[in-house]
Design a protein around this ligand. Structure first.
Ligand code: GDP
Length: 489
């Protein structure tokens, strides 16, 4: 087992953390981490959250808003100059004016929203109006899934990668890369072209795992799929090698070169990311695309559970793990949110939530997690559909109505992106355990539970006075109450 951090690393993080906290006393700020694998819905979530707070959206389950105690919410300059700003205005313009989905998260970004509020207790109100700055930090979940690498040396990383690649659901997807790797002699002289071919083959396999029909989640190293500003960098030109066992790498060999790059990746990419960003978070929301996994079948659900287990392990205290210790001591609430619930009829929202709860409980048990309070919610940050019913013979069936994106198809019909359509979305099983009994085999199309098409963002309604209402959502207010309610009490 490679040692996790050196002493100087530890001392530095500790100091940073203390300094951060002291700064927090001067101007109260909360750092909310928003993560999730690519396409989980981070960009849409942050845009909708800010839009609803700034425009006083309908948030009946968010107590401070409901009771009219929020005086004003507005954007301010974000405090970290080295981090790109979350492009809120562009994203809202896309969603509201063009009715297209905004560009997804590709790297870390940040936004500061300041909220002025009246305290609920007369005692605090006596002193001053409350004011809190919410720093929202958006970052790819893929990067978080790199934390376990800090505890693995190159041989362990290689062994685990080949083991995972050999699971039934991945066997075919990884075949080309494994064939390529099998022809390589790790002890041969290091050669850049070989290293590149291996890294490309490995990345292509990870990418294939991510497609809609497979929808797998656990695919480290995170920067291979989400390189951020490291695109094409030598730090990413490595790959696992087969059959290393406990063999020592010969100097000048391919094995030695790959090992060195793997260690450089940990030192220069993974550790700084955790130091600079994750250790400073107070609250965390983890978005998951449970619908896509459910649609892809039991193997994808099992893989999502594996990813969730690893993510929760990142926030787990104790275990003599200094880095995670610091993270978890600070983060006291984690919300696991299944997004895009607007693809289901409301009768299924609770079922989706029950499935996510079950998934999370299993992940918590497997990660041996304790510490922060964890809650789950099934929500849609932006609700793109309405509900209705359709009469079929004597039966009245629940449907959802929306405008499918151009090019989406159902039963051979292709949509043009302009026409509203009613869709019978399918049902989730009443008992969540039905989801978990499958093995690691991918599902066949006729076994899919939900009829899944992507819809365009909704057309915003206007009041009689011509004021555009804020973005509609499902249970976004419940998420806000859990994440922020106590700060605004
Ligand atoms: P990111 O990669 O986590 O930033 O993901 P995005 O926020 O860009 O979301 C990816 C895609 O998921 C979007 O382009 C939408 O198609 C879809 N999506 C995300 N959130 C919602 C939602 O609340 N409702 C619906 N219907 N679709 C959503």
């Amino acid at each position: 087992m490679a040692s996790l951090t050196t002493f100087t690393d530890e001392a530095r993080i500790a100091l940073d953390t203390l300094a951060g906290r002291a700064a927090g006393l001067v101007s109260p700020s909360v750092r909310l981490g928003v993560t999730g694998l690519s396409r989980a819905g981070k960009t849409v979530f942050i845009s909708a959250l800010v839009h609803n707070l700034v425009h006083g959206g309908r948030l009946p389950l968010f107590e401070a808003q409901k009771s009219g105690r929020i005086a004003r919410a507005f954007l301010e300059h974000q405090p970290d100059d080295a981090v790109p700003r979350f492009q809120y205005e562009d994203h809202i313009a896309a969603l509201v004016d063009e009715r297209i989905w905004p560009e997804s998260t590709r790297a870390i970004s940040e936004l500061r929203l300041t909220i002025e509020f009246e305290s609920a207790s007369g005692w605090s109100r006596l002193f001053s109006r409350g004011r809190i700055s919410l720093d929202i930090v958006d970052y790819p979940g893929e990067w978080l899934l790199d934390l376990p690498l800090l505890g693995k040396d190159y041989a362990e990383f290689s062994r685990d990668a080949f083991e995972l690649a050999d699971l039934p659901v991945r066997r075919e997807l990884s075949a080309d890369w494994r064939k390529l790797a099998a022809e390589i002699n790790p002890d041969a002289d290091a050669d850049e072209m070989t290293a590149r071919r291996l890294a490309e083959g490995f990345t292509a396999y990870l990418r294939a795992c991510k497609t809609d029909s497979t929808a797998l989640s656990t695919l480290p190293p995170g920067r291979f799929l989400m390189p951020g500003d490291l695109e094409g960098s030598p730090a990413l030109t490595f790959a696992p090698l087969p059959g290393l066992g406990d063999k020592h790498a010969r100097r000048g060999s391919l094995h030695a070169m790959m090992e060195r790059r793997y260690e450089a990746y940990k030192t220069h990419v993974v550790k700084p990311f955790f130091h600079e960003h994750i250790t400073r978070l107070d609250r965390q929301i983890v978005l998951i695309d449970a619908m896509q996994a459910l649609n892809a079948g039991p193997a994808a659900v099992a893989d999502l559970e594996r990813a969730l287990t690893e993510i929760l392990a990142c926030f787990r205290p104790g275990r003599g793990n200094f880095l995670t210790d610091l993270v978890s001591r600070r983060i006291d609430r984690i919300l696991i949110a299944a997004t895009k619930a607007d693809h289901l009829h409301h009768e299924s929202h609770d079922r989706l939530q029950a499935i996510v709860r079950r998934l999370t409980e299993r992940a918590i048990a497997r990660a041996d997690f304790s510490g922060a309070t964890v809650d789950v919610v099934a929500m849609a940050a932006v609700r793109a559909t309405r509900e209705g019913t359709v009469k079929q013979g004597r039966e009245i069936l629940p449907v959802i109505i929306g405008t499918p994106l151009a090019g989406e198809t159902i039963n051979g019909e292709t949509f043009d992106g302009k026409t509203e359509t009613a869709i019978f979305p399918g049902d989730l099983p009443e008992k969540p355990h039905m989801i978990f009994k499958g093995g690691e085999e991918p599902s066949k199309p006729d076994e899919q539970m939900i009829r899944f098409v992507r819809f365009r963002p909704p057309k915003l309604e206007r009041t009689a006075e011509g004021i555009t209402l804020s973005l509609p959502h499902i249970r976004l207010d419940r998420a806000l109450q859990f994440l922020l309610g106590d700060y605004l009490a």
